[in-house]
Ligand binder design. Structure first.
Ligand code: DHB
Ligand code: FE
Length: 283
């Protein structure tokens, strides 16, 4: 049977992707950001997943204001990189896994979570930056190490889903993957965050104390983390801090008790607090 072996939480700051693409990760500014990911890349190689289920948000790239699905599951054979305003990063096309994605769509929708099925979708920095961080440098002509099933979550236009809805959806995704009849090592990524606000009076807001408490809760008190309300995310972590609800989809798909194998936190990268955690299921 397919099995979720581990979860990864990871920021998706676009400038991190650009630093990799421009090969300037050794600059003073970037060094401490990337040092914290060295363990992660080695760990990815050693634990090589067959499939990554990647929870991220679209930033008006695949979707504009004309259509904003709350949860959109990527069921296509491939997903082309694109980015709002910046143009696509020079990274490989992302290959999907249509059989498992269709199985997840059936299982989760019949489990009463109404996903939007995407048979065509472009993917932006929300997806490609965490992949680059975890899998290392990939030029346009290489390929990513494994297929990816994207799940795009609306955190751009109010109202986004609650943290608890994301957490419960993670549990439904776990049930779906557990019931897939092929031996596959599946990892789940929850991406975005941590605290940041890109706009208006509080632009530049970062709250390291709150971020670190969130990392502790994601590891050890996921039920508590799932109860955090929208107002708290926005007040404490800034308007874009709401991206962190996506980590709860990842956490819901893991065991209640997990082993934390790595954590990295650094301020700042671009306008954002970079947060990262690797959690393994114990069985
Ligand atoms: C930044 C962070 C984001 O999450 C994003 O989507 C765009 C920009 C930033 O820190 O610059
Ligand atoms: Fe973002």
């Amino acid at each position: 049977m397919a099995k979720i072996t581990a979860g990864v939480g990871c920021s998706h700051v676009p400038a991190i992707g650009i630093a990799m693409d421009q090969k300037i990760t050794n600059q003073e500014y970037w060094k401490p950001v990337f040092e914290g990911f060295e363990f992660s890349r080695q760990w990815m190689k050693e634990n090589s997943p067959d499939i990554i289920f990647l929870v991220y948000n679209d930033h008006c790239t695949a979707f504009d204001a004309s259509c904003i699905p709350t949860f959109a599951l990527g069921c296509a054979a491939e997903f082309k990189p694109a980015d709002e305003g910046w143009g696509p990063r020079p990274v490989p096309v992302v290959k999907g896994h249509q059989q498992l994605a269709s199985h997840i769509a059936q299982s989760v929708i019949l489990d009463e979570f109404d996903l939007t099925i995407m048979n065509e979708m472009e993917v932006d920095h929300g997806l490609t930056v965490p992949l680059s961080i975890m899998c290392g440098d990939h030029g346009r002509d290489d390929s990513w190490p494994c297929p990816v099933i994207p799940l795009a979550v609306n955190v751009v236009q109010y109202p986004p889903p609650t943290g608890n809805r994301c957490y419960q959806l993670g549990k439904a995704i776990r049930r779906a993957i557990d019931s897939y009849d092929e031996d596959l090592n599946v990892m789940i990524f929850g991406t975005g965050g941590m605290s940041h606000q890109l706009q208006a009076e509080r632009a530049g807001l970062i709250n390291a104390e709150w971020d670190k408490r969130f990392l502790n809760m994601i590891a050890n008190d996921p039920d508590g983390a799932s109860k955090i309300q929208h107002l708290e995310y926005i007040r404490e972590a800034g308007s874009e801090g709401i991206e962190m609800v996506m980590w709860l989809v990842m956490r819901g798909a893991l065991d209640d008790k997990v082993t934390e194998v790595h954590r990295h936190y650094h301020v700042p990268a671009s306008n954002t607090a970079v947060g990262h955690i690797i959690l393994e299921n114990r069985e």
